[in-house]
Ligand binder design. Structure first.
Ligand code: SAH
Ligand code: SF4
Ligand code: F3S
Length: 471
């Protein structure tokens, strides 16, 4: 799962549009202006859109200006220690705001809220409200409790909640690409990972509400959806007629919404991604040929300790199927952890050799961070010294950078189809968009607008971006 640690420019500026008019806002929003800041993975960002919908239904309005907010909500991540440090740091900033305005409410949502529960209220004196990822429908009631002068908390995890019937309010949207949550929680117990404890048991959202959301997005002008889950390949839903829908079926149903709607998904688990999914991707041009397939390590001994349920050989066999069915051009990206418990130099070399064998397009790479309460914390020793973790991590990053550049060079001299997402970050004279295998392309503007598909000749590249000209 992609880890979005920093706020985007749009997020900071806040382009979120309230559903009610400005006049109504002025009239009704007394005490009800909410500022939301999100951290962590795409699922957390998608959850903030659900939270916004729930709050707006209850008369709240979102603001992008923290200084005019009556309530500040931080939607938090707990995946690594530094993710939580960042939140604590942010809370210090809000302490100053609260000193000036004691009526300000500060609430913590998401995975760190779920992990720390009441501790957050005890440790961080300015926190008034704590709500876990399955408690968002309760937010209006929790905010009422706070306005009555109490601290409010709901961290119950549900086996059913999918927020399926809630239409998310798109935040910081470019109007072209959108996230659609298809499942919640995780039943895998990877020993390093806090997610099963912060997000609870795996459950899949009903197919009709997913399709309805995608259809509506398409009608509103969106041209790309990313289906989100911690382990999308284990999507499973049964209709009232008893028809079992797996991830391949869901993918097909979303692809059929319109050939002009691109479909992406994240994250796939190597133990679960099937050839049926790969053949479904091949069948539809609008299913993007890109797979995020976290490996975590190249060493069988470490994979076993991580309880990832696959071996290096199994993983490489999945890569072989991807290449056989979808071809060399299919983008493949990874997540890797450096310095997991007991990792030796030999294990680390296995990770480097896995990188060399696969030659990924892209990767998210991390130093192992022990998380309280996880099986690794309870049963294994975090014994790789910090400087060794960092050195190994750097070696992984350096090798990945070489491969990213090589995989980008493959596209130079080719004509590619690009979905235009907006102005390039560096220049208003350029547009940027992505090709189907998820590579960013920057090119001088023509007459096209956001949401158009254009063809671009790729003329050169960096390790991160393709550059070209309209055909
Ligand atoms: N569901 C996804 C991953 C979600 S978490 C999957 O199974 O692949 C995103 C990434 O964070 C993981 O893939 C892993 O590489 C990293 N991660 C998770 N826990 C970690 C920890 N304790 N220390 C360092 N990295 C971690
Ligand atoms: Fe964490 Fe493993 Fe679940 Fe991914 S599959 S969220 S790494 S427990
Ligand atoms: Fe996502 Fe972080 Fe939670 S990665 S699932 S927000 S712990």
């Amino acid at each position: 799962m992609q880890d979005l640690k920093v706020l985007t420019k749009e997020e900071k500026e806040g382009l979120d549009v309230p559903r009610i008019s400005e006049d109504q806002v002025a009239e009704n929003s007394f005490g009800k202006k909410v500022y939301i800041e999100s951290y962590g993975c795409q699922m957390n960002f998608a959850d903030s859109e659900v939270v916004t919908a729930i709050l707006q239904e209850n008369g709240y309005v979102t603001t992008s200006n923290v200084k005019e907010a009556h309530t500040i909500l931080l939607n938090t991540c707990a995946i690594r220690e530094n993710a939580e440090h960042k939140i604590r740091h942010r809370l210090q900033v809000f302490t100053h705001l609260k000193a000036k305005n004691p009526a300000l409410t500060v609430g913590i949502l998401g995975c760190m809220a779920e992990r720390l529960k009441t501790k957050l209220i005890d440790e961080e004196k300015i926190v008034d409200l704590v709500a876990g990822p399955d408690a968002y429908r309760d937010l209006p009631a929790l905010l009422d409790e706070v306005s009555d002068g109490q601290k409010a908390i709901n961290v119950f995890l549900s086996r059913e909640e999918t927020y399926g019937n809630i239409e998310p309010v798109r935040l910081n949207s470019n109007g072209v690409t959108a996230m659609v949550s298809i499942m919640r929680g995780c039943d895998n117990m990877c020993t390093f990972c806090v997610v099963p404890y912060t997000r609870g048991r795996e459950r899949s959202r009903d197919l009709p509400s997913i399709i309805a959301e995608c259809e509506k997005l398409f009608q509103q002008g969106y041209r790309e959806v990313t289906l989100l889950g911690q382990n999308v390949d284990s999507y499973k839903w049964t209709s009232e007629e008893g028809q079992l829908v797996n991830f391949a079926h869901l993918l097909e149903a979303v692809a059929l919404v319109s050939p002009l709607l691109r479909v992406r998904f994240s994250t796939s688990h190597p133990k679960d991604i099937t050839d049926e999914v790969l053949y479904t991707m091949k069948k539809y041009d609008n299913i993007c040929k890109n797979i995020h397939l976290p490996a975590q390590s190249g060493s069988n001994r470490i994979l076993e300790l991580m309880k990832r349920s696959y071996t290096r050989e199994w993983y490489l066999d999945r890569i072989k199927s991807i290449r056989n069915i979808l071809g060399e051009e299919c983008g493949v990206s990874q997540d890797m952890i450096a310095g997991f418990c007991t990792e030796t130099e030999e294990d680390h070399q296995d990770t480097l050799s896995l990188l060399a064998e696969v030659e990924y397009d892209f990767g998210y790479m991390f130093a192992y961070s022990e998380r309280p309460g996880t099986p690794a914390e309870k049963k294994l020793t975090d014994d790789v010294p910090e400087e060794v973790k960092m050195r190994r991590l750097q070696e992984i990053i350096d090798l990945q950078r070489i491969h990213s550049a090589k995989r980008n060079e493959m596209w130079v001299g080719r004509k590619v189809q690009v979905l235009v997402e907006g102005d390039s970050k560096k220049s208003k004279l350029h547009h940027f968009g992505k090709i189907d295998s998820n590579k960013v392309v920057v090119f001088p503007k023509g007459n096209e607008v956001k949401g158009d598909y254009v063809f671009v000749n790729v003329t050169h590249c960096t390790s991160g971006t393709l550059l070209g000209e309209l055909c």
